[in-house]
Design a binder for this molecule. Structure first.
Ligand code: DMJ
Length: 658
């Protein structure tokens, strides 16, 4: 406590108000002199203490403050405002660093030590397109009889392949590169592709494949000219649309270019990834969509090309998506702000979509294997384990929503293999395959679900008696089938190829016929988004009925995807012919002369299919890739015993049983 006593004259300013500088200086000095020594020491001590505190807090707070200020300024400069996003909200986790800054500062978001550069030349140098040879046959059909008849042996482990196989000039050694992640693994993994020393002759591409290459080039021309670096091409307005602002089409198309042998295009796109793809952006992305398209696309391109750039980018986006898992139930939120490290459910609900939270596993598990960092796999495995134990299933069929707080299914009683549930079933099987066919819970859930499909959802239409998968709502069957369900024949065939019951292959054959009819019975030869099947024969009616709201086509891949699997596993050329018809109809009704393909509004009107002015990224990522693979007779062109495709058609290596 310090008291200062002033004389009355001083207090009055020596006879009046005097505020001159000299007077104030003199009076302060006089007051100082009047203080006792103790009082002066206390004041000096206080000043010194405050000064020291000031210096300390400047060094610890000043820098982050400065960078935060710069960051939000940058955000304001370069990013559009995200509606509903309160910029003042504190981040749940520290904001992820830029790709090229030191991630080690935030241990929770840091990837493991980066792997050594693979001992390969960068991507395109491995591409060696040899002149076409037309005498090539499908070399070895996949052991059909073994596949169809063998009972399920979930524990049975296949011997790793001994031979090194080559594929389009790149030599792939999955048996050396596909260890599953385990707590023991600390060293990052190598990509599948290694130096092309021991190459097998690449199988030449045929005329139908050339037609796919031509279609891809045409689509790419539009994207390159009018939408370069943006998410989607709007081919009619010669512009683009943005979803996440992350060059979605370009990333989705990278491995397709690699597989199609489009060296120059790949190289140019690679440059964009190296120089312009930045994830440090204040933008909300959908966890599922960015995982399957971006993370999946980068991981598969890394495997095919051996180029470390893609793994680095994959690690960056993988880390930035992790805040989605910070929920009370560990069931991830649907949306993540990848610049701020915050996640949230959609504005109107705290539910997530079941297919979304259960179809990100292949990618995150592979990221763990490659980086040696278990956190990615742990997060997604936890989701699967939780869903495995949940009540609310109907003979293995799952509802469409799950709550991120309670972890329980919501909106019970509605079962579909279409939108919001589809890839749950696909990823049960594919994770089981990826992990070396050892994870029995996944297989159990898959087998049970297919039994559930047979029991509750299968019906036959009239007049052609097509087997289709309908929907069940509170005990009522609806003869409605999304085009999305056409992934199922391919998945069933893949399961049968991996030793599951021959019934699954039979069902796959019946369902792919139905999916083909969803194209063939329509005026343009293109399937609508949704069909309703006739359960009773009526004169002049086909099996397939289309409601006005459902008659659009988004250039979706599911039917050609299944055709590809069916051809690989049966060798029946009719599947190639059906795919060829579909490609021709895409060319006839969706091709835009100035570059690109467009989704259409009306598959029933050949004279005006009503172009929608949008080319979805999966047209390049999936549809054209599966077409190219369907027309190929080279089983080593993405060998299905070595790779498993994610739900966006990005091939990831199958881990060899340890
Ligand atoms: C793709 O993004 C994926 O295949 C997803 O699983 C379903 N929808 C589209 C393609 O139709």
């Amino acid at each position: 406590f310090i008291s200062v006593t002033l004389s009355p004259e001083e207090a009055a300013g020596a006879g009046g108000y005097n505020n001159s500088k000299a007077w104030r200086r003199r009076s302060c000095w006089r007051k100082w002199k009047q203080l006792s020594r103790l009082q002066r020491s206390v004041i000096l001590f206080l000043f010194a203490f405050l000064a020291v505190c000031g210096v300390i807090s400047y060094t610890s707070v000043g820098e982050p403050w400065k960078s935060l200020t710069n960051k939000s300024l940058d955000d304001q400069r370069t990013e559009p405002e995200i509606p509903g996003l309160k910029l003042a909200n504190p981040a749940v986790l520290p904001a992820p660093q830029k790709a090229d800054t030191n991630l080690g500062d935030y241990p929770e978001l840091s990837p493991q030590k980066p792997p050594k550069a693979p001992h390969v030349q960068r991507g395109p140098s491995n591409l060696q397109i040899k002149p076409p040879r037309r005498d090539v046959r499908l070399k070895a059909r996949h052991d059909r009889s073994r596949v169809a008849e063998e009972p399920i042996h979930p524990d049975k482990e296949e011997k790793p392949e001994k031979s090194v196989i080559s594929w389009r000039g790149a030599v792939i050694e999955p048996d050396q590169s596909t260890e599953p992640p385990s707590s023991k693994i600390k060293e990052p993994e190598k990509p599948s592709s290694v130096e092309a020393e021991d190459q097998k002759e690449p199988v030449p591409i045929n005329d139908r494949q050339l037609a796919v290459v031509e279609a891809f080039r045409h689509a790419w021309k539009g994207y390159r000219e009018f939408a370069w670096g943006h998410d989607e091409l709007k081919p009619l307005s010669k512009s683009y649309s943005e979803w996440f602002g992350l060059g979605l089409t370009l990333i989705d198309a990278l491995d397709t270019m690699w597989i199609l042998g489009l060296k120059e295009e790949f190289e140019e796109a690679r440059k964009w990834v190296a120089n312009d793809l930045v994830f440090d952006k204040n933008v909300d992305v959908n966890l599922f969509e960015s995982t399957i398209r971006i993370l999946g696309g980068l991981l598969s391109t890394y495997h095919l090309s051996g180029d470390n750039l893609f793994l680095e980018k994959a690690k960056d986006i993988g880390n930035r998506l992790m805040p989605a898992f910070k929920t009370p139930s560990k069931i991830p939120y649907s949306d993540v702000n990848i610049g701020r490290g915050t996640a949230h459910p959609p504005r109107w609900t705290s539910d997530s979509t079941v297919a979304e939270v259960t179809s990100i596993q292949l990618e995150f598990r592979e990221l763990s294997r490659l980086t040696g960092d278990e956190k990615f796999q742990k997060a997604v495995d936890e989701v699967m384990k939780h869903v495995h134990t949940l009540s609310g299933k109907n003979d293995g069929l799952v509802p469409m929503f799950i709550n991120t707080n309670s972890g329980q299914f919501t909106h019970l009683g509605v079962y579909t293999l279409g939108a919001r549930a589809d890839s749950y079933y696909e990823y049960l099987l594919k994770q089981w395959i990826q992990g070396g066919r050892k994870e029995n819970e996944l297989l159990e859930d898959y087998m049970r679900a297919i039994e559930g499909v047979k029991k509750h959802l299968l019906q036959r239409s009239q007049p052609k008696k097509l087997t289709f998968v309908g929907e069940l709502a509170h005990g009522h069957f609806s003869a409605k089938m999304d085009h999305l369900v056409c992934f199922l024949p391919g998945t069933l065939a893949l399961g049968a190829h991996n030793g599951l019951t021959a019934d699954h292959m039979k069902l796959a054959e019946a369902l792919i016929e139905t999916c083909y009819q969803m194209y063939a019975q329509v005026e343009t030869g293109l399937s609508p988004e949704i069909v309703h099947f006739n359960l009773h024969a009526q004169k002049g009616h086909k099996d397939v009925e289309i409601k006005p709201a459902d008659r659009h086509n988004l250039l979706r891949p599911e039917t050609v995807e299944s055709l590809f699997y069916m051809y690989r596993f049966t060798g029946d050329k009719k599947y190639q012919d059906w795919g060829w018809e579909i490609l021709q109809n895409f060319n006839k009704y969706t091709r835009v002369p100035t570059g690109g393909y467009t989704s259409i509004n009306n598959v029933q009107n050949p004279s005006n299919p009503e172009p929608r002015d949008k080319m979805e990224s999966f047209f390049l990522g999936e549809t054209l890739k599966y077409m190219f693979l369907l027309f190929s007779d080279d089983i080593d062109l993405i060998n299905l015993d070595k790779y498993v495709f994610n739900t966006e058609a990005h091939p990831l290596p199958i881990w060899v049983p340890a």
